[in-house]
Every structure is written in structure tokens, then in C-alpha cells.
Design a protein around this ligand. Sequence first.
Ligand SMILES: [Zn+2]
Ligand SMILES: [Zn+2]
Length: 312
Amino acid sequence: MSQFDRSAGTDASADRDGDRDGPAALRTESRVLPAEVFATLGNDTRVAVLRALLELGADEAPVSFTDLFDRVDIDDSANFSYHLRQLTGHFIRRSDEGYEFRSPGRKVVSAIFTGTLTERAQLGFFPADGACYDCGGDLHGWYVDDDLSVGCVDCGAVQVSYPFPSGGLDDRTTDELLQAFHHYVRHHYCLAADGVCPECTGSIDTTLVRDPDDEALDVAVEHVCRRCSYRLRSTIGVTLLDHAETLVFHSDRGVDLNTAPFWQFDWCVSDRLTTVVSEDPLRVRVTLPCAGDELRVLIDDTCAVTETTLVE
Ligand SMILES: [Zn+2]
Ligand SMILES: [Zn+2]
């Protein structure tokens, strides 16, 4: 399990039967709001219809109602017709010959099923700079199932694993990819630490969590979005990556935290350098070593820095 955890707390499976019985066929692409799009698609049968259209060759020729109904796992033809109607207009087109995709429907299918119908982007193992926080071994990166990870091939410790859109792999060498990944993850965590949800820009509540479940950490930072319930968990250290004194302390010693991959720093990927100094209220100290000196950062239960001490 990585120290970095990211999950959406929203449940997109809500069915909106009953309030969408209106003039679906009259809606145009431009009039359909994103929320409506997701509400329309937040139903297994409708997604199954789109998938069946693809599998039955709707890209080439319209598919008949009977063929579609046979293909989708549903017994009630009236219920099936209802779901089909919800998709007709914006996502699919109905003609005398049958059903075929409209462009938004085809795009949805591509987005949803690329992973199962075509080869997923994968990349592994390529060398990454830095040493394992646990055993000092060499680091490697790999990309599987939309997650980019950097970990140790000797002991298996994962320094970081975080979702990274596969388009970010295009036209980049593995070194460039790691650099982009560093910026992307660092900004996500720092944005959350600054109170802005990286997913929806809503307000984030940040707290320290003692002994988090399923984590290798004794203390972690948890960010939860009030608006979309997006949840991010990380080490405390990673939230210090844009803290002014932390940046200056490192740059005075020749280390640029903006560009140096954060997973090279023990204090970012483990809690070995994190000490609990008070349980109630929870207060922790993170010790940042650099070039023989130390910056000791005291943090309160909201993850705010309350005091820093330089030890030379
Ligand atoms: Zn290791
Ligand atoms: Zn949010």
C-alpha cells in the first residue's frame, strides 16, 4: 500500500428514472449540461446499451432494437425501451434502420471502454533517480492502470503511486514523464493543502489523522472536499513542498524543491522523520535534513506550520 491515497467519494450510480421522461429527443448537444450527461449515464443499463452498440458494429451500420435488446442483460423490454429513450437524442440516433452513435455517445464509449477493448497504456520498469527510503535500493518507475508509481525493486517499497492521465505519456521520455509526474502530484497535494480541491476547486478541510487505516504511516494528512467529497491522503512532509521556509532552507543548500523529484526525500514518502510531540491536541514535528543541517517544522492538527527551528 502506498502512502498516497486518492479516491472519489461520490457515487455516480444514482438512477434518475422518473424525472427524465421528458423530451430527450429535443435536446441538443449544446443544451445538455455536464451534470445531466453524467446523470443520464449513471445507470448500468444505459452504459450497457452503449457498449452493445459498439460491439454490434454501430460504427458501420445501425443496430436494430431486437439485436440490442438481445445483447443487453435485461428482461423487461419496457424498461429497456425507457433507458434507450434516455440515450436517444444526445448520445444515440434512431432511424428507420435502427440505432447508431451520435458523436457524444461515441466519445463516451471510447472513454469508458478504451481500457477493456483496446490495449491499455502500460510502461514498466524504467529507472528513476533517487534511492529507496527503506533500504537504499535503486528506484524504478512503472505505469499500469492509469497509475504511475515509483518504487524500489529491491524491497518492494512504493515511494509514490498516483493516477496520471495516460495522455501525459505521449511525446515524453521517461525522464520527462517523471518530471511531469513530480509537478502534477506535488501541485495536487499543495493545492489541497491550500484548501482548494484539485478535482472540483471546492473547499477542502485538512486534518491530521493518527494511525490511519491501511497505511504504513503513524500520522497522515487527510484532505476532504466539502463539495465533491474527494479525499486525498498523504504524508505530512509532502504538504511542506510549497512552504516558504522549507523552500528557502533547501535552496540555500543548493536543492530546488520545485524541480527535485519529491520522492527522493524521506520526509515526503515516509514518516520516519515525523515525530508526534503531543497527542491531544495532535502536534507533530517533521525533521528535514539537508547538507548536514536540519529544519524542524512543528505542525498542528489542521496541518498548519506553527514553528520552525533551524539546526546547523
Ligand atoms: Zn527498498
Ligand atoms: Zn472537490
